[in-house]
Design a protein around this ligand. Structure first.
Ligand code: HEM
Length: 414
């Protein structure tokens, strides 16, 4: 069976099911398969991951089919560019997302979430939609868009629908497309207004820097602006798993509530990234032949990076099935060992939002660690992509509880 069908049927367990069906040895780092009717080589080992990220060996153009790529990233997005066209555009994105400029966004996430959790005592709330609002308001404000909170909430939830639709889950896929078409219209107009000096977006704000830094038409500039806003909202998927893990670890919960424990929160966030199912695989096309781990690669073959397999590989991670944040306290992962947001060098296709993701999760953990909530149902459907703990993680906060974060002053680092 084709891996595409397995992805639709098994979701995050698709590669494991493919390996089992093809009789691949448990320790094999690479195996031959099929993707969308073509020969494919699925890579997990370090040599395989290096080949996947070698620009002289693999390309992206046209590999992800439009029904998925145009929904999630938008038509013409840098995810599907190669060579100089990719490099030029990537530079703008990396500049805008550099660590120096993220402080105000991260502080805002902490204070927005602090205000939100102050309303939770005595209620049962769903964490995922709450985080979509918090991250969405914060990133839209940081980007420089002058919006009311209500309008920002609406936009945040529309952006989250584009993410929620990527796994072709029936109505979610249709909702995702409705939101994508709306975003394309809204963002094209916004990009044109920013470029013509007709908007209230300050010239040095991230939205103006993205739109001004990209050498492309207004529609494509709007698509790339979405490629900063939408994935920041998507951190809510990781955030809901972070909240679930926190509830399961009272020892860490106590520690992470201490404002001085930033490094421990970063380690916890790394382990959340490693263990959270988000993108199961990535795809590219081989531009030259090779042999990887004894498996022949032909020019034109699809290459599939097995994200779930790498992040849970027993050769890389001790007890990979266990949630152990301490593994990141004194260990920085290699460029091909922890790949929830891609791997290799940042100038390649690796996600430029990793630092933002980690810092937003760190701020989220600081606030949530001070809230005495219980999880209603931690079950996770691994066949649904993207997935969250059931119902976006419903939590119950006792009446009269006083979330610590709502009273603590926010440290500048958070
Ligand atoms: C939920 C958190 C996130 C996850 C799981 C995630 C995952 C990924 C993955 C798997 C890739 C593809 C890497 C590759 O093709 O090799 C990627 C690329 C990308 N991500 Fe993220 N990401 C996240 C957050 C962010 C954030 C916060 C931003 C920006 C604010 C961002 C912006 C991008 C962009 C622009 C690319 C395209 C890079 C390129 O093709 O050169 N992502 N991300």
């Amino acid at each position: 069976m084709d891996l595409t069908l397995r992805l639709l049927r098994h979701g995050y367990d698709a590669v494991a099911a493919d390996r089992a069906a093809r009789g691949v040895a448990p320790d094999a780092g690479t195996h031959a398969s099929r993707l969308a009717g073509r020969r494919a080589v699925v890579v997990r080992s370090e040599p395989g991951a290096r080949f996947f990220y070698d620009e002289s060996a693999a390309e992206r153009k046209g590999v992800v089919p439009p029904p998925l790529a145009w929904l999630l990233f938008g038509r013409g997005a840098l995810h599907g560019l190669d060579g100089d066209a990719h490099r030029d555009r990537k530079r703008t994105m990396v500049d805008v997302l550099s660590a120096d400029g993220l402080g105000p966004l991260v502080t805002d996430v902490g204070s927005e979430l602090g205000s939100a959790v102050a309303t939770w005592p005595g209620r049962e709330v769903s964490v995922h939609p709450a985080l979509v609002s918090v991250y969405g308001r914060a990133v839209l404000r940081w980007a420089g868009l002058p919006l009311t909170d209500e309008r920002a909430d609406t936009i945040a939830h529309r952006l989250s629908q584009q993410v929620d639709g990527f796994g072709f889950a029936g109505p979610a896929y249709a909702r995702g497309w409705a939101s994508r078409l709306w975003w394309n219209r809204y963002a094209t107009r916004l990009a044109a207004d920013i470029r013509a000096g007709r908007s209230q977006v300050p010239a040095d704000a991230p939205a103006a820097r993205v739109v001004g830094g990209i050498d492309a038409d207004d529609r494509t500039a709007g698509v790339e602006l979405g490629n900063i806003l939408r994935p920041t909202v998507a951190v809510a998927w990781l955030g809901s798993f972070a909240a679930m893990r926190l509830a399961g670890r009272p020892d860490w919960r106590e520690r992470l509530a201490d404002p001085g424990e930033e490094l421990a929160r970063m380690a916890f966030a790394q382990e959340v990234r490693r263990t959270t199912p988000f993108a199961p695989v990535l795809a590219a096309r081989a531009t030259r032949p090779a042999t990887i781990d004894g498996v022949r690669v032909r020019r034109g073959d699809r290459l599939v990076l097995d994200i779930m397999g790498i992040d849970h590989d027993p050769a890389r991670w001790e007890a990979p099935g266990e949630f152990r944040p301490e593994r990141f306290l004194d260990h920085a992962p290699g460029a091909f060992d922890l790949v929830p947001q891609g791997g290799g060098h940042p100038s390649g296709h690796r996600c430029p939002g990793e630092s933002l993701t980690l810092r937003v999760l760190e701020a989220t953990l600081r606030v949530l660690a001070g809230v005495p909530y219980e999880v209603v149902d931690p079950s996770v459907d691994l066949t649904r992509m993207p997935t969250t703990p059931r119902d976006g993680l419903r939590v119950r906060v006792p009446a009269g509880a006083r979330p610590r974060s709502a009273h603590a002053s926010s440290p500048g680092s958070a």
